[in-house]
Design a protein around this ligand. Structure first.
Ligand code: PGA
Length: 253
C-alpha cells in the first residue's frame, strides 16, 4: 500500500494580523515547534503580505513554513497591488494559496485563472495550495461533487506532483460560519477528489495532500483529521492565535 502523505496544517490569516500581535502569536508557535521532538506533520502560516518578511524572522529555526495567500500569474510587470510568485519565493515563502473561495467570490476569479496562478507558483518553485469547494446552494441541489470535479479539472495545471501541489477542499458554506461538514460528507468529497487525482496524476495523485478547510477548531480537528483521505487542514479564524492553532497542530504532531 502507498504510504499516507505527510499531513500539513496550514493557517490562513486572510486580512488579519497587525504587526505586534501577529508576530507575538507567530513567536509563540515557533517556540512550541522548536520544543517539539516529534514532528509528524508540516506546519505553515500564510499571513497578510505586510507580515511576510518579519514573520520569516519570527519563525526562523522552527521549521514552520511561510506562504502567501494569492499570487499573480505573471513573473513581474505592471500589475499594481499584485504579488508575483517569484516575489513570494524571494521573501522566503515555500507555499502559496490559490483559488480560495474568497478570491473566487470577491475578485471573480475563475478556475482557468486559478490554474495560471498555480502554474506561476510551480514556475517559482512554490508549492501551490489549490482550493475547491461548493456553495450551500450547490450542495442543496445535490451538485457538490460535480462542482468540485469541474473546479479540479480546470484549476489544476498539467504535471502537478505530490511535492508541488496540495488540494484544499473548503465547502464555501463552512468557511467562517462555525458550520463544518460532517465526517461522512468530508469522507465522500475527499474520496472523490483522491479518485480524480489518481486518475489524472497516477502515483503523484495518490500522494498529493488533500486538506479540509471550513471552521476547523480545536474542538473538531481530531475528528476531521481522522477521516480517510484528509491529510491536514486549512485553518482560518482559529489560526490567528497560538492558543487555538497549536491544539489543531497537535492533532497531527
Ligand atoms: P475558517 O476559514 O477556518 O475561518 O472557516 C478557512 C479558510 O477559509 O481557509
Amino acid at each position: 500500500m502507498a504510504r499516507a502523505p505527510r499531513p500539513l496544517i496550514a493557517g490562513n490569516w486572510k486580512m488579519n494580523g497587525r504587526r505586534a500581535a501577529g508576530l507575538r502569536e507567530a513567536r509563540k508557535l515557533a517556540t512550541r515547534m522548536r520544543n517539539q521532538k516529534q514532528r509528524r506533520c508540516d506546519v505553515l502560516l500564510c499571513p497578510p503580505a505586510t507580515l511576510l518578511a518579519p514573520m520569516r524572522e519570527a519563525l526562523r529555526g522552527s521549521r514552520i513554513a511561510l506562504g502567501g495567500q494569492d499570487c499573480h500569474a505573471a513573473a513581474s510587470g505592471a500589475h499594481t497591488g499584485d504579488i508575483a510568485a517569484e516575489l513570494l519565493a524571494d521573501t522566503g515563502c515555500g507555499y502559496v494559496i490559490v483559488g480560495h473561495s474568497e478570491r473566487r467570490a470577491d475578485h471573480g476569479e475563475r478556475s482557468r485563472q486559478v490554474r495560471a496562478k498555480a502554474e506561476a507558483a510551480h514556475r517559482a518553485g512554490l508549492r501551490a495550495i489549490i482550493c475547491v469547494g461548493e456553495t450551500a446552494a450547490e450542495r442543496r441541489r445535490g451538485r457538490a461533487l460535480e462542482v468540485v470535479g469541474e473546479q479540479l479539472r480546470h484549476s489544476l495545471p498539467k504535471g502537478c506532483t505530490a511535492a508541488s501541489t496540495v488540494i484544499a477542499y473548503e465547502p464555501v458554506w463552512a468557511i467562517g460560519t462555525g458550520l463544518t461538514a460532517t465526517p461522512d460528507d468530508v469522507a465522500e468529497v475527499h474520496g472523490f477528489i483522491r479518485d480524480r487525482l489518481r486518475r489524472r496524476f497516477k502515483a503523484e495523485g495518490a500522494g498529493m495532500r488533500i486538506l479540509y478547510g471550513g471552521s476547523v477548531k480545536p474542538g473538531n480537528a481530531a475528528e476531521l483529521m481522522a477521516v480517510a483521505d484528509v491529510d491536514g487542514a486549512l485553518v482560518g479564524g482559529a489560526s490567528l492565535t497560538a492558543a487555538d492553532f497549536w491544539p489543531i497542530v497537535k492533532t497531527c504532531l
